[in-house]
Design a protein around this ligand. Structure first.
Ligand code: DGT
Ligand code: CA
Ligand code: CA
Length: 601
């Protein structure tokens, strides 16, 4: 713990300070934020080769501000003058007031304009200070991390005076580690690295249990690193030795008897912790997170006179729970909370009042309402897709190839669609346990009309509609466009409603709340697309739809038979969105489904 300087004595409120208080921003600026501004100013001054005393003054001020327990913005808001602090003279204390008041600083803005963005980041690499950063910039034009990485790769950096082999090597490693630690992985990418590792760990003789905690267990849409807990004897040095021998370990960043931090060849970082049986449940609870959920739970423990940490729940030093995760929740007067809900988004209150949702499970789905065949851009035939659906034990599968406008996906025109409808009739006669629904993924055109005429749409059981173009409309234009599409008599489901592609592009600007409201009014539905790169709707919007009583279709958007397995990711996301079986369209029986699909006509 850093030592803290004692709280300053309260000073009399001056009229000036009270006037000041009225201009405070709505969101209070905390001391940490003020310290960060000072640090950034110091960094930028260094890059400008400013007076070293001035630079040091900002660095010291950052430290001093950070050590204060009482928030300055709070003092100012209460009309109390700032306390006198060592090393903080008139000028700096005016800056504190400025930052607390405006959440900004004129000097910082000026420096940011003067110094190329990116240079400050280089300053934090090991072994290089402002002088070398300036050298990189002036001699090689390097102003960003990627540019430095490139310059390192082609040997330019090594040729600069003062850049020895050791330094260059260290830079290369630091940039690699930084890239690895900042990268996030889609769930299947994470699973591809996590599953074999988990198999290996579970196979170790001394390991009683191995579990992946963290965001992976909470089924977040992307995962930063893997947090693995091993239940084993903490004194047994063979356990960690075996962990480090996992063949896909590329680098061991840190390791001790009970914890290690590794990087796998696949690029993911892994934190491994060995925990004894008496604390395993507590550790699982702690490292599953989220951090916000953990903090809220600890607050609850404190309110009950207990202390909760990764070793257990304690009262007066006595362990009340720790062996199993459920025991922790139970001892706090709560039912076990599913990991997908642990975001401090109301789940603790819901648990307390017995109002946790009964989350949907994969087995609740009775079919899939969005898939493609070779007729458009899928890679299996209609028959192959139907047989695969039958294998899943489903009652129905909607065939929804693209419509003509999407020519890159070989979209269907009227003739080809009609031929497909005949083929569906034939297959439905042949396959008694599965019903193929006649459908389309029809393009929503720029003006909100649909890409096929009503006479054709009228012949279908289900119309899934999607935006595939004109992503750059304003939010209000996009919302109007989609609402207009929903007004079409045959519209049933809005596919991937925001159009986001994780790690590639944000969704188009659109007012989803208004779209959900309109869907409610029109009797139509939104999709939760299960493709791991989409997971669209996100969890917040799922909750919004649920609250409005708009059913969601959890859909694979399969382009091949094996894609039906992607529904697992859709279910994970649905659970994060608090969805129950009743909130989902494709948990309904065929008869109920058909009734719901006709209600908007
Ligand atoms: P990620 O890896 O960025 O996808 O997200 P998480 O949630 O896996 O986060 P991570 O790996 O940094 O930490 C794993 C869990 O450990 C996290 O969900 C909660 C717990 N944890 C980590 N740091 C803290 C902390 O500073 N305070 C508290 N209360 N819990 C923490
Ligand atoms: Ca993690
Ligand atoms: Ca971690």
């Amino acid at each position: 713990m850093p030592r803290r300087t004692p709280a300053p004595p309260p000073a009399a409120a001056s009229a000036d300070a009270r006037a000041e208080a009225r201009r405070l921003p709505a969101v209070a600026v905390d001391n940490e934020r003020i310290a960060q501004v000072f640090e950034e100013i110091a960094d930028l001054l260094e890059l400008e080769d400013a007076n070293p005393f001035r630079i040091r003054a900002y660095r010291n001020a950052a430290r001093t501000v950070r050590a204060q327990e009482v928030p300055f913005a709070g003092l100012l808001a209460a009309g109390v003058a700032l306390p006198k602090l060592p090393g903080i003279g008139h000028d700096l204390s005016e800056k504190i007031v400025e930052i607390a008041r405006t959440d900004d600083c004129e000097l910082l803005q000026r420096l940011r304009r003067e110094v190329p963005a990116g240079l400050a980041e280089l300053l934090h690499l090991p072994g290089i200070g402002p002088k070398r950063v300036r050298q990189l910039y002036h001699e090689l034009g390097v102003a960003t991390l990627p540019a430095l990485q490139q310059a390192l790769a082609c040997g330019q950096v090594r040729r600069l005076p003062g850049f020895g082999a050791r330094l260059v090597d260290g830079l290369r490693q630091a940039i690699g580690a930084k890239a690895a630690s900042e990268r996030r992985y889609l769930l299947p990418q994470a699973a591809a690295q996590a599953r074999p590792l988990l198999d290996y760990l579970q196979g170790l003789a001394q390991v009683e249990a191995a579990v992946i905690a963290g965001s992976y267990r909470r089924r977040r849409d992307t995962v930063g690193d893997l947090d693995i807990l091993l239940q084993a004897d903490q004194q047994d040095s063979r356990v960690m030795a075996s962990v480090l021998r996992y063949p896909a370990v590329e680098r061991v960043m840190a390791s001790g008897p009970t914890r290690a931090s590794l990087r796998l060849r696949g690029g993911m970082q892994v934190d491994v912790r060995i925990v004894g049986a008496a604390s395993f449940g507590a550790a699982l609870q702690y490292f599953t997170g989220s951090k916000a959920h953990g903090i809220a739970l600890r607050r609850r423990a404190r309110a009950q006179g207990c202390k909760l940490n990764e070793y257990g729940l304690y009262r007066n030093g006595e362990q009340l729970a720790g062996r199993r995760e459920t025991d922790i929740y139970q001892a706090l007067g709560l039912p076990w909370i599913p990991p997908e809900l642990r975001e401090d988004a109301g789940e603790i209150a819901a648990a307390e009042h017995g109002r946790l949702p009964r989350l949907i499970e994969l087995g609740n789905l009775r079919g899939d309402l969005h898939c493609h065949t070779r007729a458009s851009d899928g890679s299996n035939s209609l028959r192959e897709m139907a047989l695969a659906a039958q294998q899943h034990g489903w009652q129905y599968l909607a065939i929804t190839d693209h419509s003509r406008r999407l020519s890159i996906a070989h979209g269907l025109d009227a003739d080809r669609l009609l031929r497909q409808l005949d083929e569906i009739d034939r297959l439905n006669d042949e396959l008694p346990s599965l019903t193929l629904l006649k459908g389309i993924e029809v393009d929503i055109l720029a003006d909100g009309s649909l890409d096929l005429p009503d006479v054709l749409l009228a012949r279908l059981d289900i119309v899934v509609a999607a935006v595939h173009s004109h992503f750059h409309l304003s939010a209000s234009q996009q919302t109007t466009r989609i609402r207009r599409a929903m007004d079409s008599r045959y519209f049933n489901i809005l596919a991937h409603p925001t159009g986001r592609l994780l790690q590639e592009r944000d969704g188009y600007p659109v007012d989803i709340e208004a779209i959900i409201g309109h869907a409610k009014q029109r009797g139509c539905f939104l999709e939760l697309n299960a493709q791991p790169q989409r997971l669209d709707l996100n969890e917040q919007y799922c909750r919004l739809a649920k609250a409005q009583g708009v059913l969601l279709s959890i859909a694979s958007d399969a382009h091949r038979c094996s894609d039906f397995d992607l529904l697992e990711y859709g279910i994970g996301q649905a659970r994060r969105g608090w969805l129950e079986s009743a909130d989902v369209l494709n948990t309904r029986s065929l008869a109920q489904l058909l009734r719901l699909l006709r209600q908007s006509r």
